[in-house]
Write a protein that binds this ligand. Structure first.
Ligand code: GRF
Length: 203
């Protein structure tokens, strides 16, 4: 059986990438990570990919003439590796409308809050400062907005009175490591149907 090929975009430590790699290694996620691309040359995620023998590249925005060239390079590498779905796993840049429309419903992102609450940067800090009693994570398809695309699944965690950004982030991260492989497993099984804003999980 040919496994579906995904490409992963990262910027940093890559613990979500690792969670996917671990599930694949356990034999419970029928996917192949065809390529990992980072926008930071020193991202630890690239070391994780290298260690696992996954083709990996750094594509640096400043080394490109403009955002268009930056995104064209990413697009080219993804397509050259036969990628069917792009996973944003801690990728800290906003992709432009041209890139997104070329990959409609073929890009997913993990965000560390219960969208539509607390989009953008420092979602865990936003939840704490707002006084939210629960937060969590959201896996969603990416559209042209900031963390606004159709929601695939969410996981909830409590926010406790003594939480700091760090303790809440750690509690959420544990759930991210479950949510992302779960969403990918549903995608790989062809069980995600998108209609407008709504994602239905089919049987
Ligand atoms: C995660 O909290 C993810 O939700 C956010 O950035 C963080 C990336 O962590 N988008 P890692 O690089 O996967 O460890």
């Amino acid at each position: 059986m040919n496994n579906h090929k995904v490409g992963v975009l990262v910027s940093g430590r890559g613990s979500n990438l690792q969670a996917i790699m671990d599930k694949i290694a356990e034999g419970v996620l029928p996917l192949e990570i065809a390529v990992v691309i980072s926008d930071k040359a020193d991202a630890f995620a690239l070391e994780r990919a290298e260690k696992a023998g996954i083709p990996n590249f750094a594509v640096i925005r400043k080394e490109c003439a403009d955002k268009k060239e930056f995104e064209a390079k990413i697009d080219e590498i993804m397509r050259a590796h036969g990628v069917e779905l792009i996973v944003l796993a801690g990728f800290m840049r906003i992709l432009g409308p041209d890139f997104i429309s070329g990959w409609r419903h073929k890009i997913i992102n993990i965000h560390p809050a219960l969208l539509p609450s607390f989009p953008g940067l420092d979602a865990q800090g936003q939840a704490i400062r707002y006084g939210a009693k629960v937060s969590g994570c959201t896996v969603h398809f990416v559209d042209e907005g900031m963390d606004t695309g159709p929601i695939i699944l969410q996981k909830v965690v409590p926010v406790t009175d003594d939480d700091t950004e760090e303790t809440l982030a750690a509690r959420i991260l544990e759930q991210e490591h479950k949510a992302l492989p779960e969403a990918l497993s549903l995608w790989a099984a062809g069980r995600l149907a998108v209609q407008g804003r709504k994602v239905t999980i089919t049987n």
